[in-house]
Design a protein around this ligand. Structure first.
Ligand SMILES: NC(=O)C1=CN([C@@H]2O[C@H](COP(=O)(O)OP(=O)(O)OC[C@H]3O[C@@H](n4cnc5c(N)ncnc54)[C@H](OP(=O)(O)O)[C@@H]3O)[C@@H](O)[C@H]2O)[C@@H](O)CC1
Ligand SMILES: Nc1ncnc2c1ncn2[C@@H]1O[C@H](COP(=O)(O)OP(=O)(O)O)[C@@H](O)[C@H]1O
Ligand SMILES: [K+]
Length: 501
């Protein structure tokens, strides 16, 4: 599991070390980790260190200090190093060490922005050490103009020191201009803003460098499940399992207008190992489900009487599908774990509970929040997805799984998971229906299972949702292998992912 923290949490954890006078030691470790990553990345690109060049953009705080010490280490390993001081002043000890190592120093002013941007753009490596966790809002002064120009020139390898400057470490919100990094080397622990959109767009791959203060960290602000977590939490049939103990899932999905969504939700559920899938919906849609997935037991009855362990509600249900909406309301009233997707979102009661998992994309979340009287246009939410998911969970009382390039799962109690295994090829119609089915199958199998004892009680529903997002993302990435992928192919790849968990 990756744990991520706000900038404030990290700074609080560092305080006792600073009081003990070991701040400089932490900075040395940070700089060493940053320099090593640069070396590793250059070698990975087939470049020799000797004769390569590095430009460090250094602000006046400790983030600039990290960058200057790292650039000094690189200069001692044979790189031509230039420091661009973006704020007039610089970290004193860092700058002195940089000069001792033979680095060349330039000071940014309002008059030499173009010249310095060109100098940085010509370097093999740019280290962005303008602002770190001490940033207050967007970059002020000529540094902003420098980053903007540099971003337009697509410089060589960009390595962000701790976080890309201008990115909010707590929220992932972006104060433009931000220079997109190929790699972010972050110190002590990942920052939450690196693992939430739009921040994640600018972070590149994230390397965490331990600096010795990790034991002092509190509960993380955000978590990410990794392969070993999926392995630990995955449903496992035992020798005497039968289909009813494996978990029966009820699916209320599809309508005359969108029959395919029912098929895709069922495919996702079957692929993720439900013991049995019961489908409820209009006769024509049921026929299509039967033809596509003969394993599914279809009916037209009421959801109040169905014997299931969990529900998937809403994929492909539109507001004209009266019977389906009634089934959705009845299923939600059973008190069983529920996945509420698409057409189910507007049909639910106002006050919900954590075992009711809403799966909106950003547009659906905007509509949901508007229903609670929160004015929120889609673009604004896109700029602050972490806050949006949290808000949705807090207002509804449900667990909210916000779909996107990064999928966030927010529990009403405050826990947030972030999963990012998916590929943009998965932005294809029906792939969300498959996710709903996968999540439903996990709920049906895991809601009473002892495997979930590993997870604190308040986090269990969110953990199951995060697991579904991870499985779905991994399956999509595997099926895509860098090319187009259909929702059906995503579902088909799920068993393979589970097999290799
Ligand atoms: N603590 C430790 O021991 C360790 C910390 N570590 C490192 O330190 C980093 C945090 O360092 P930090 O606290 O010095 O803050 P930092 O991000 O450099 O920025 C503050 C400076 O920027 C300025 N400034 C702020 N906003 C601005 C804006 N919008 N536009 C322009 N300027 C702005 C602000 O100036 P002011 O606003 O106060 O005038 C101030 O001078 C952290 O990310 C990690 O890299 C590691 O070495 C491990 C050990
Ligand atoms: N750019 C992207 N990168 C990775 N995954 C994405 C991207 N865009 C969408 N997805 C994923 O694809 C799925 C789309 O779901 P959704 O929007 O509900 O589509 P549909 O309703 O057509 O099924 C979600 O799981 C989402 O996380
Ligand atoms: K930075």
């Amino acid at each position: 599991m990756i744990s991520a923290y706000t900038g404030t949490q990290i700074r609080e954890a560092e305080k006792p070390f600073l009081a003990d006078g070991v701040g400089a030691v932490l900075m040395q470790r940070a700089a060493y980790g940053l320099a090593n990553t640069v070396v590793h990345e250059l070698r990975g690109r087939g470049r020799r260190l000797y004769g390569s060049s590095v430009a460090v953009l250094a602000g006046k705080g400790n983030n600039g200090g990290d960058g200057l010490f790292a650039a000094a280490l690189l200069a001692r390993r044979g790189l031509r190093a230039t420091a661009l001081l973006t704020a007039g002043a610089a970290h004193e000890a860092g700058l002195a060490e940089f000069r001792r190592a033979g680095g060349h120093v330039l000071a940014l002013t309002a008059d030499n922005i173009a010249e310095l941007a060109a100098a940085a753009a010509g370097a093999d490596v740019v280290i962005d050490a303008v602002l770190g966790t001490g940033a207050q809002g967007g970059l002020r002064g000529p540094a902003g103009a420098l980053l903007e120009r540099l971003a337009q020139t697509h410089p060589g390898l960009v390595v962000a020191c701790d976080i890309p400057s201008g990115l909010d470490a707590d929220t992932g919100e972006v104060n433009e201009p931000v220079l997109p990094a190929d790699v972010t080397v972050t110190f002590g622990a990942a920052k939450a803003g690196l693992l939430a959109d739009p921040g994640a767009d600018f972070a590149g791959s994230v390397h965490v460098v331990p600096i010795g203060m990790e034991a002092a960290l509190p509960e993380p602000a955000l978590r990410r499940l990794e392969a070993q977590d999926l392995h630990r939490l995955r449903p496992q049939p035992v020798r005497r399992s039968h289909k009813y103990t494996r978990g029966v899932l009820g699916v209320v999905a599809g309508s005359e207008r969108y029959p395919g969504a029912a098929v895709l939700a069922c495919r996702g559920a079957l692929a993720a190992g439900a013991g049995m899938v019961r489908y409820l919906g209009p006769p024509d849609v049921a026929d299509l489900v039967r033809e596509s997935c003969p394993e599914v037991v279809c009916g037209q009855g009421s959801s109040a009487e169905a014997h299931v362990q969990a529900w998937v509600l809403g994929p492909g249900v539109d507001e004209s599908a009266g019977d389906q909406l009634q089934r959705i309301r009845d299923a939600a009233a059973t008190g069983l774990p529920v996945v509420a997707d698409a057409g189910a979102l507007p049909a639910l009661p106002r006050i919900l509970a954590p075992h009711q998992i809403l799966t909106p994309h950003i547009g659906e979340l905007a509509a949901l929040l508007a229903g609670y009287g929160v004015e929120s246009d889609r673009a604004r939410l896109e700029g602050a997805t972490l806050a949006a998911a949290r808000r949705g969970a807090a207002l509804t009382g449900a667990t909210v799984l916000l779909k996107g390039a990064t999928t966030l799962v927010a529990a009403p109690g405050g826990t947030v998971f972030s999963q990012s295994e998916a590929t943009p090829w998965m932005a294809t119609a029906g792939s969300g229906d498959v996710l709903a089915g996968v999540l439903g199958a996990l709920l049906a199998q895991l809601s009473g299972s002892a495997t979930m004892d590993h997870v604190p009680r308040g986090d269990r529903w969110a953990a199951i949702a995060a697991m579904a997002a991870s499985l779905h993302g991994r399956a999509g990435a595997m099926a895509s292998a860098g090319g187009p992928v259909t929702a059906t192919a995503v579902a088909r790849a799920i068993p393979e992912v589970i097999r290799h968990m």
